[in-house]
Design a protein around this ligand. Structure first.
Ligand SMILES: [Zn+2]
Length: 372
């Protein structure tokens, strides 16, 4: 998701990223405008792109602020030429409530509402200070008339985003409505397929009618794909149990082990983190790195003196999502997995990353096998 976008600062603590396709658009505008009308017009063309860019950012901030208000922090906003994608930090999602779909609809509608307000305010100001501007003269959005373009671009952004083509906001409303009667993953998949149908239609019609429509379809397709990936990721997180991916063959240390013994054991293991066991009780966790640091700083000692006594355990029936929340909440790198107080496995950050990549891959293969 991040590979195709570059960081562009922070607003209200929200990371802003620009998708590379946005830069393609800038180059495209520059080349087509300067080829036909010279560089002055190309400059105005870029200003127009800048105006649209700004309105898209405000649109996304509308989503981000409403979702923050609803208790879901925003991780990042990725800007595409047709709009943005607000990545919500759903691992922090509060326990699901019955009215979740209402909240999703409010978040989805906040963006288009921002554009409608901008269009209304800008339009009123323009009519007041420059009544000679002909609002209905074509082309509505053009670099020759930037103020008029501001109004029309916002109307266009609002209406376009209200199309029921997921991941556009209208599609999100649709998903929220679907999710009243089915589980969220199925609701999203259904909305994504409708979205991709729209995208394909845009591309086909665009080829016959207007190349811009083809580009919009193309961007919409990419956006739908980004969303689907994050949905698959989310569903992996929610449906896979720790018992499916935990390491059952692992080394443990005893608090009475010396650091040199511990290092010796660590050298023969792929593990970076070790549970520390006394009898049948878990008393702490320690990392290879911590052992090395202590050895360097203070020479030989006991595992007991360097181990971390604060740790979280998880039940083997818990989901990956829950393990992730525990790991990230306390900045841990290992979670012991227990069953009836007995240590049955460990989950480490390293092993989580590996198994998720594997799971995603195997699901993709299975899906491909089903729909060749
Ligand atoms: Zn939106």
């Amino acid at each position: 998701m991040r590979n195709w976008s570059i960081p562009a600062g922070k607003i209200f603590g929200v990371e802003l990223r620009v998708h590379l396709t946005f830069l393609f658009l800038l180059v495209f505008v520059w080349l087509t405008e300067s080829a036909s009308h010279g560089t002055a017009s190309a400059g105005r063309g870029l200003a127009l792109v800048g105006i649209i860019f700004g309105c898209v950012v405000l649109h996304e901030l509308g989503h981000a602020l409403v979702s923050m208000h609803a208790g879901i922090p925003t991780k990042a906003i990725i800007l595409l030429p047709i709009g943005g994608i607000t990545l919500l930090d759903e691992t922090q999602q509060p326990p699901e409530t019955g009215a979740q779909w209402k909240r999703d609809i409010r978040i989805a509608l906040a963006g288009p509402l921002v554009n409608l307000v901008i269009a209304f305010v800008a339009g009123s100001i323009l009519l007041a200070v420059a009544p000679e501007i002909q609002f209905w003269a074509k082309p509505y959005v053009h670099s020759n008339n930037l103020p008029r373009s501001l109004v029309w671009a916002n109307l266009w952004l609002a209406l376009f985003n209200l199309l029921p083509a997921y991941p556009l906001d209208g599609g999100r409303v649709l998903r929220a409505v679907f999710s009243r009667s089915m589980d969220p993953v199925r609701a999203t998949r259904r909305a994504v397929s409708i979205g991709q149908a729209f995208a394909t239609l845009f591309m086909l019609v665009g080829m016959l009618w207007n190349i811009w429509l083809t580009m919009i379809g193309f961007f919409l397709f990419i956006a739908a794909q980004l969303e689907e990936r994050s949905v698959v990721f989310q569903s992996v997180l929610e449906t896979v149990r720790l018992e499916d991916i935990m390491l059952t063959d692992f080394a443990t240390l005893s608090p009475a082990d010396t650091l040199e013994d511990a290092l010796e054991k660590a050298v023969h293991s792929l593990q970076d983190d070790f549970p520390v066991i006394r009898g049948s009780d878990m008393v702490g966790v320690v990392s290879k790195q911590k052992i090395l640091q202590a050895l360097r700083a203070e020479g030989n000692g006991y595992v007991q003196s360097v181990m971390n006594r604060i740790f979280e355990v998880a039940q083997k029936k818990e989901s990956l999502a829950s393990a992730f929340r525990k790991l990230s909440a306390r900045n841990l790198s290992i979670i012991p997995v227990v069953e009836d107080q007995r240590l049955v496995g460990i989950v480490t950050l390293q092993n989580l990353m590996h198994s998720m990549a594997l799971l995603a891959e195997s699901r993709k293969l299975r899906k491909e096998a089903l729909n060749p």
